[in-house]
Unconditional design. Structure first.
Length: 421
């Protein structure tokens, strides 16, 4: 049997001895990658008694790739992710204001990894700035290939910016620009196809996991033809493709208009009793507040690229920070998936043993779930919770946790392994 993951009739087929390509990452990447692989290998051995294993195959990207090949993202790396379908990566450097564009974005767009999935949950014992972090249990579906991350920008003073300005003048859009001659421009593409496949994935996830709600987060009150359209397309998917499994806020409003608020609330409660997924929408700024004050109101979040970036970090902060926040980039149609640390390269602490490997480790647990190796993933979650309860943590959490024991990255990995049982 091949050691490659395959997709057959929409289902992943994962061999017991599987090859997983990985990018070590820049900065602290090498430290957290080694720690993660050590833990994952031990957990798989423990869970499956040696009958399953991962062959880790390094591929290059970022500074390491540039030093060895002269390229930031070699074609061989993209080819490897295509051939083996599922991979994992550490953090990669992205210059601000110039230089190379984000390698993360390039990978997502090249492989059409249209879902950025970030589950946010609290582990008992982890310090949190909110009073009841145990109420935070959300799953963010962030559209990964469109919005301003498409990278369509024109710098002021360039020929491209001047041509775009002429286009605006021609179509009477110049009046809305305060300082047209010194303005840079960015284009925000939001498509019906891209929006619907993202919301479709979020709804399927909620239905199959029996989660209570999907919230469409948008700024459609201002950006009516992009973010407003996203909201409308999301409702269309729910009402046309998931009609028997969902009850939407648009349906609630329709009942309220026809029969009154009491009838609408009664219908809502009845649909909840039947296990329907409630589909609603919230303006982005209101969501950022509501998720802090009433996190129990939201379960699965479906939103566009930029909103999802902001939301992911705020929710992560509520349960301990991006140092313990996992992420995945997935195309549920092709099966391609890359799991990743959600934080930066932290060059200031690289090589010091202060790095927290939990973001990458939890992303690896998500990868195991995606592969159908759920029992191994559960052992990782349990071992982490035991470790946090013993108050044995790395530098970032140690600074926030009274009476905790400070461990290096490698010692933390060894402690997690000791708690695998």
């Amino acid at each position: 049997m091949t050691n490659k993951i395959e997709i057959i009739k929409g289902q992943l087929r994962v061999p017991n001895q599987v090859t997983i390509p990985f990018i070590e990452g820049d900065g602290i990447g090498s430290e957290i990658t080694k720690a993660t692989q050590k833990i994952v290998d031990r957990v798989i051995e423990f869970t499956y008694n040696g009958k399953r294993s991962i062959n880790w195959m390094e591929v290059l990207a970022g500074e390491k790739a540039h030093k060895q090949t002269g390229e930031w993202l070699p074609q061989a790396t993209i080819d490897a992710f295509k051939a083996y379908m599922v991979g994992i990566k550490g953090p990669l450097t992205t210059p601000v204001g110039g230089g190379i564009r984000s390698l993360n974005v390039t990978l997502r767009q090249t492989l059409d990894l249209y879902v950025c999935l970030r589950p946010i949950r609290w582990f008992k014992g982890v310090p949190s700035p909110v009073r009841y972090p145990e109420l935070v249990d959300m799953h963010i579906f962030r559209e990964n290939t469109e919005d301003i991350y498409a990278g369509i920008e024109f710098m002021t003073g360039t020929d491209e910016a001047k041509s775009f300005l002429e286009l605006l003048k021609k179509h009477s859009g110049i009046e809305k620009i305060r300082f047209p001659e010194s303005t840079s421009f960015g284009i925000k593409p939001i498509s019906e196809d891209g929006s619907k496949r993202l919301v479709r994935a979020a709804l399927h996830y909620a239905v199959t996991r029996k989660l209570p709600s999907v919230t469409l987060v948008h700024k459609g009150n201002i950006m009516k033809f992009t973010e407003g359209a996203f909201k409308n397309w999301g409702y269309e998917v729910a009402e046309s493709e998931f009609a028997s499994e969902t009850f939407t806020w648009r349906q609630f409003e329709s009942i309220a208009k026809e029969k009154g608020q009491d009838a609408a609330h009664h219908a809502l409660e009845e649909e909840k009793k039947q296990g329907k997924v409630i589909v609603k929408d919230v303006i982005t700024d209101a969501f950022l507040q509501d998720s802090l004050l009433k996190p129990y109101n939201h379960s699965v979040i479906a939103t566009m690229n930029l909103n999802g970036d902001y939301i992911s970090d705020q929710l992560a902060a509520m349960v301990g920070g991006i140092g313990i926040s996992p992420g995945a980039n997935i195309n549920y149609q092709s099966g391609y998936a890359i799991f990743e640390a959600t934080h930066g390269t932290a060059p200031d602490i690289a090589g010091t043993g202060k790095a927290n490997p939990c973001s990458l480790l939890l992303s690896a647990a998500m990868m195991l779930e995606y592969m159908g190796w759920e029992k191994a993933a559960e052992h990782i979650y349990d071992a982490l919770e035991h470790t946090f309860n013993k108050r044995k943590v790395t530098s970032d959490l140690h600074a926030l946790m009274e009476g905790a024991s400070l461990l290096s990255t490698s010692d933390f990995a060894d402690e997690v392994i000791c708690n695998v049982h």
